[in-house]
Design a protein around this ligand. Structure first.
Ligand SMILES: Cc1ncc(COP(=O)(O)O)c(C=O)c1O
Length: 406
């Protein structure tokens, strides 16, 4: 069968792949701890599930809704944005999508032409690059320093005449980096000057720890907000990855195009999930805070332990999301391997811990560990990796190193 050029370019999601391998090993009875996954391990709060059950029982969920979502949900989103950001988006500037992932996909379809360049910080989430390619565009990598942050200077070095869009994800997957208000204002000003549309992927906005504060690009001044499309959803903050509800908020003419594309692709997101999302946005946000605190405790416990793993180097302590992104170049050498991809492979097969190769995010030589797992599992996983790496330190002192990489 001959596939389209678009389909030939696309590669499967590395995070989904590693997770599936781990899950398959678990099904075979192997005790694998999965730190490859990017989803909270909590049950969706009961008040949200109950709202979905009531909607089903009331017979409200058997029907299509407008492709852009239920008016009541758009109102709940507008109110949540107003409360969280202090910014007003009328309902015609909001479109509900099947996850933030679909929101980002449809934005690329609406904004990117053949050859249009899209600026992506290095490293960044796996799907941006593939979504740009699927739209016929060209991803352009923006270099970052040790803090994994882009600046007007690094943007100057990367920008070309064909650049039209810049994606900012703060808190960031895979590094946990959070941009300050001033940093966002500087980036926003740069984008406005260069006539570049900003996409603010705020999906981890509620997961910020240890007195650090979250700001969105849409809070960085009116001019910047007007050039920004906001993307968010319920997956991470409300532990609702499986419900598939996200949203896009921006200029009315852009949202109108987004709605047209959605009407011919996914249609509306599952009606029952939309009722659940209304409850998520409208309920008191105490369960979000409970989950945030649990992530914070995990981060604070495992960050110093991961720093101690032989060959693992962590830059500044992450401030948000639920990932650690250590440099493992020393660990790769220590184990007599050739790449972080090989290290991922042996950690899964020999230490029974699933993690993701940094290459999936554009940075080989790094690993992404998710701390969206119970504290007990996290501590065991870090202990397993430490033990696994320690054997090479011992071998090094006794003369022999190397490992079979089956
Ligand atoms: C940075 C980032 N943006 C967007 C998404 C997509 O989230 P959703 O589950 O709402 O599609 C993810 C999920 O992993 C993510 O990490």
């Amino acid at each position: 069968m001959k596939f389209s050029e678009r389909a030939m370019q696309v590669t499967p999601s590395a995070t989904v792949k590693v997770s599936n391998t781990a899950k398959a090993m678990i099904r075979q009875g192997i005790d694998v701890i999965n730190l490859g996954i990017g989803e909270p391990d909590f049950k969706t709060p009961k008040v949200i599930s109950d709202a979905a059950i009531s909607a089903i029982q009331a017979g409200k969920t058997s029907f299509y809704t407008p492709a852009s979502g239920l008016p009541q949900l758009k109102e709940a989103i507008a109110n949540r944005i107003k409360q969280d950001y202090g910014v007003i988006y009328p309902a015609d500037q909001i479109s509900v999508t099947s996850g933030a992932k679909m929101g980002l996909y449809v934005l690329m379809q609406a904004l990117v032409d053949q050859g249009t360049e899209v600026l992506l910080p290095k490293p960044s989430w796996v799907s941006y690059r593939q979504q740009v390619l699927l739209a016929g565009g060209k991803p352009v990598v923006v270099e970052t320093g040790d803090d994994f942050k882009i600046t007007p200077e690094t943007l100057d070095a990367a920008v070309t005449r064909n650049c039209k869009v810049l994606v900012i994800n703060s808190p960031q997957n895979p590094t946990g980096t959070v941009y300050s208000k001033d940093e966002l204002a500087a980036i926003g000003k740069w984008a406005v000057f260069h006539n570049i549309i900003l996409i603010a992927d705020d999906i981890y906005g509620k997961l910020v720890y240890n007195q650090n504060a979250f700001y969105s690009l849409v809070q960085a001044g009116d001019e910047i907000a007007a050039s920004t499309v906001l993307v968010n959803g319920v997956s991470k903050a409300y532990s609702m990855t499986g419900w598939r509800i996200g949203y896009v908020a921006g200029a009315p003419e852009l949202i109108s195009k987004v709605n047209s594309i959605l009407s011919h692709s996914t249609g509306n997101p599952a009606t029952v999930s939309q009722y659940a999302a209304i409850a998520a946005f409208e309920s008191d946000q105490s369960e979000v805070e409970t989950m945030r605190k649990a992530f914070e405790e995990r981060l604070n416990k495992i960050y110093p332990l991961v720093q101690e793993i032989p060959g693992f180097k962590l830059a500044a302590k992450p401030q948000g999301a639920f990932y650690l992104f250590p440099n493992v170049e020393e660990a790769v050498k220590l184990a007599g391997l050739n790449s972080s991809a090989e290290l991922v492979d042996v950690l899964l097969k020999k230490a029974h811990v699933a993690v993701v190769d940094g290459d999936a995010f554009g940075m080989s030589g790094y690993l992404r560990l998710s701390y969206a797992a119970s504290l007990e599992n996290l501590l065991t996983a870090v202990e397993r990796i430490t033990k696994f790496m320690n054997q090479f330190l011992q071998k090094q002192t006794s003369g022999g190193i190397g490992i079979e990489t089956d």
